[in-house]
Design a binder for this molecule. Structure first.
Ligand SMILES: [Zn+2]
Length: 285
């Protein structure tokens, strides 16, 4: 009795185990199918990537401040507080004897109204777009800012024979790409624009004579296709004796013009205007 009884007792128990196992497999399969279906229906919606501006190669999206000191000189302050100064000018230019402060200085070319590194306090990193008679290849990271030089543009429409070469600087921080055109004197090739890639904010000279004028600046703007255009290198009351034009011819007939009445704006990658806007800044006191 003992052996048979044990076997009989065990038989139902084995059957219960088999039933439980089948139920488990069925439930598990249903669960996996449901998960796969949910993945098909809802997957992909939560991805962060460069296309939706949430993640730019590990950089944090945040407010980037852009302050204009007149001419081609801007102070760009990153979300992390890194200060980039573009094309500083000397005290004898008309904008007063200023002392700038910066962590990184870009120099588009070696003319006095763009390369006054001596006007900058402290010991900033300085990157020069030209090296001797040639363009320099620059890529520099300081804090949460990276700047690249874009080689191949000139200060005139005669391949540099009148005023030499010029470098563009692409400044990337906080998920924003800001392109400073220096003393651009010509409309660059499509290949240059391709190398620049996406441009969110374009700092473009509009005064003519030494740089592109209103018409040239308009073509340059179309070429780089930015969301925000900030005109620079035009005549202001401080440099009233300069023979360059003021900003009005460039603004004429354009939509999205905003005279902001301030010298500094904060720009964020996730709040860029949907349609292109032209922001006219006051010269910083
Ligand atoms: Zn200049």
């Amino acid at each position: 009795m003992t052996r048979d009884a044990r076997q009989r007792r065990h038989r139902p128990s084995g059957a219960r185990t088999a039933t439980f196992f089948t139920a488990f497999i069925t439930t598990f399969t249903v669960f996996i199918l449901a998960a796969l279906l949910a993945g098909c229906l809802f997957g992909g919606g939560g991805d962060a990537g460069p296309e939706n501006g949430q993640d730019q190669g590990g950089e944090t999206v945040g407010e980037v401040k852009i302050r204009w000191y007149g001419h081609a000189c801007f102070l760009i302050t990153s979300p992390g507080g890194t200060r980039v100064l573009t094309d500083p000018y000397p005290g004898n230019m008309g904008y007063g004897n200023r002392r700038f402060e910066a962590d990184l200085v870009t120099v588009s070319h070696e003319h006095f109204d763009h390369n006054s590194v001596a006007s900058v306090e402290g010991d900033p990193e300085v990157v020069r777009g030209l090296a001797g008679d040639d363009w320099a290849q620059v890529e520099k990271t300081v804090g949460d800012v990276t700047v690249w030089s874009i080689r191949g543009t000139y200060h005139d429409e005669a391949q540099g024979s009148e005023r030499g070469k010029n470098a563009l600087f692409l400044i990337e921080t906080g998920g924003l790409r800001i392109l400073h055109l220096g003393d651009l004197g010509e409309v660059p090739s499509a290949e240059i624009a391709e190398r620049a890639g996406r441009v969110d904010v374009l700092l473009v000279p509009v005064g003519g004579v030494f740089t592109v004028d209103a018409e040239g600046a308009t073509r340059v703007t179309e070429l780089f296709d930015p969301r925000i255009v900030i005109p620079m290198h035009f005549r202001t009351p401080a440099i009233a004796d300069w023979q360059i034009s003021d900003e009005r011819p460039f603004l004429e007939g354009k939509s999205g013009v905003k005279r902001l009445g301030v010298a500094e704006v904060a720009v964020s990658a996730d709040t860029l205007p949907a349609e292109r806007e032209i922001w006219v800044l006051d010269v910083s006191p």
